[in-house]
Design a protein around this ligand. Structure first.
Ligand code: ZN
Length: 256
């Protein structure tokens, strides 16, 4: 009898705890939905609309640099082909190679923000760290290009915002409101040559690009100005040629 009363009590306490946890999660979900859905800033609207545009425009984007091995080579090709691109730079690498960012900026490329350390566990540890990762990167860009208080205004989440991985999904949603406070917008991509996935040959990189841009009008192309996995600089000229022959014109985020 005693055992029965005891287990009834435990069951009751357990149910109450579950109920409160459930209410808390519902509250958290809705408060987040309200924060992230209201007042989308105009630049964010423009960036979102690129993926639904029916104009044949290609925005080439290079992440994770600058690096000695790839950035100069990529800039040489872009110059030769008269294409303006966008570079999502990592703060600590800007500090190491300010001259590469200065060159990219002076040649008309958009310098965007891709965190200081590219380290998700650090980036999402708390609000202040997230904000510092952005501000410290802007400060390095400022020093590199000689423009006081430079704010890149466009951010790309490491691994993308809409990544297939469930990891950091909640933290990313929350970070959108921090970006908003900083006057920042963010963008992913809709086309890629998979140069960061594994070691591909030139031909495979080009074929990846062709298959992921199929039936799309405006393209935001993800590549990397690094040589850690595959080397996009080796296929950049052919990629630009393919896109030009397919009727695309090139723009960068200054055009927004
Ligand atoms: Zn990255």
């Amino acid at each position: 009898m005693h055992i029965l009363v005891f287990s009834k009590k435990v069951f009751l306490i357990f149910s109450v705890v579950i109920f409160f946890v459930f209410c808390f999660l519902i509250f958290k979900y809705f408060s987040l939905a309200v924060t992230t859905s209201s007042n989308v800033n105009p630049l964010q609207e423009k960036l979102n609309s690129l993926f639904h545009s029916n104009q044949k425009v290609a925005y080439l984007t290079f992440d994770d640099g600058p690096t000695k091995k790839a950035t100069h080579k990529i800039l040489d090709i872009l110059k030769k082909e008269n294409v303006k691109a966008s570079f999502f730079v990592i703060g600590k690498y800007v500090k190491n190679h300010p001259e590469l960012v200065k060159r990219a900026y002076e040649e008309g490329h958009y310098i965007a923000n891709h965190t200081y350390d590219h380290n998700n566990s650090k980036l999402y540890s708390n609000k202040n760290t997230f904000i510092d990762e952005i501000k410290n990167t802007d400060a390095e860009i400022s020093k590199a290009i000689g423009v006081e208080n430079y704010t890149a205004r466009i951010f790309r989440f490491p691994n993308g915002y809409a990544s297939s991985s469930k990891k950091y999904k909640y933290e990313k949603k929350l970070s959108v409101s921090y970006l908003d406070e900083l006057g920042y917008s963010y963008i992913d991509w809709n086309c890629l040559n998979k140069d960061s996935e594994k070691k591909y040959t030139k031909e495979q990189l080009l074929s990846n690009l062709k298959s992921t841009c199929k039936n799309k009008d405006t393209l935001v192309v993800l590549m990397h100005d690094t040589t850690d996995v595959s080397d996009s600089s080796s296929v950049l000229e052919d990629s630009i040629l393919f896109l030009k022959n397919s009727g695309y014109i090139f723009k960068n985020f200054y055009d927004l």
